[in-house]
Design a protein around this ligand. Sequence first.
Ligand SMILES: [Zn+2]
Length: 475
Amino acid sequence: MILAGLAAGQALAAAAASAQTLDEIAKAMGADKVETIQYLGTGSFYAVGQSYRPGVPWPRFNLVKASRHFDYAKGAYVGDITLTQAENPPRGGGTQPVIGEQRRMAGVAGERAWMLAGAFTLAAPAQIAPLQHDLWTSPHGLIKAAIADKVQPVKAPGGSTLTLARAGKWKAKATLDAQHRVVKVESWIDIPVLGDMAVVTTYGGYRSVDSVPVPGTIVQTAGGHKVLDMKIAEVKINAGSPAVPTAINPPAGEVKTDKAADGVFFIHGATHHSVAIEMKDHIILVEGPLGDARELAAIAAAKQAIPGKPIKYVINTHHHFDHSGGLRAFVAEGAAIVTHAINVDYFRAAYAAPRTLNPDAAAKSGKKPVFLGVGAKHVLGDGQRRVEIHQLAGNSHNDGLLVVLLPKEKVLIVADAFSPREPITKRPDALNPFTTNLWANIQQKKLAVETIVPIHGRMVKVNELMLAAGAAPTN
Ligand SMILES: [Zn+2]
């Protein structure tokens, strides 16, 4: 009887909740009328995972032009932004310093995602989930997704809520006000470092455009800090689809291996590289970038170059997410993570956070991470090879930025302070402060360096670094 009573109560509650039907909500929001919508505006953009040190806000950039363009029928979204440098002096990552204006574009159409990288359009599979999240948590996209999923609104103080999920990608709970407008979306997206990362999107300042309610502001936080603060100047409804590229360069999922010195292998990928160092009875890998897919390939490449030895250490140059997203693959591998001491508590907390959306190799392995926190200098050696880890003192790219020196081979492994892509033949017009700091540290610490093995770009001789740092005369 009690059970039957409960069931009847639930049925009543459901009836009360659906008094406000999804149809009514869709009509009020004009979701049925919106096929494509483009928000244009200005504001601030913040680079997630690129803070100066762990736990502080993401670095800010000025958003001089921003477009968020959605096509709901095609499942397409293109974000197109133009940035200028905001932090002065540059502090943190996100490809600072931005000189002049810089355009960044990323898009998704169905299960294809791409991004603009200079003149190239590169496949960006890691962006599929975050971009689909932005598409289907935009005000009208959310209502359309709720209709497709047959989600029933639940009454809440001052309005209602809608709950949505996409297996393996994201989940969201939206709050609608009394006029059925989407005012807040609390969501979670899977990202390698943080696991289920909390995102909060607030849509404010609603007004009517072509009789459709549209927000006047979008404020978004991710991982506890602001990522977007956009004031919308113009909204175009049903005025055309975002451009979807026909040709996208395939993702460079695999890595290639080149010898940098005896027993030292440069494992390079499309955007981020690693270095495998052969020790007497183990392997040291420098850098675990991006995420599992890239890192499992790098681990396999290291073991192929150096057969029969386990990976004992992975050295992390700094905590920026593009450089640390693959570290968890080494937890599954049973290797210790060597990182600056300022990162250890941050990684420990992040690794203990829930990973329900898309459990990675480490989560599946059930293994506990092992960290070795280092300071200004730390040496790993086996009597045959000496591996020196040095902190770049005063480098404003990251407070705990480490470089790795092989003194015998005169090889220096460097992330982000110097990323030689095009050949450097002369002193640049504007010196990069991260690069001048690297050169000052090399001088100050009297590091004997002939070859630079960068985490981004080409392996080069030290002369190119000297030119880039303004420390060598132009030929
Ligand atoms: Zn960085």
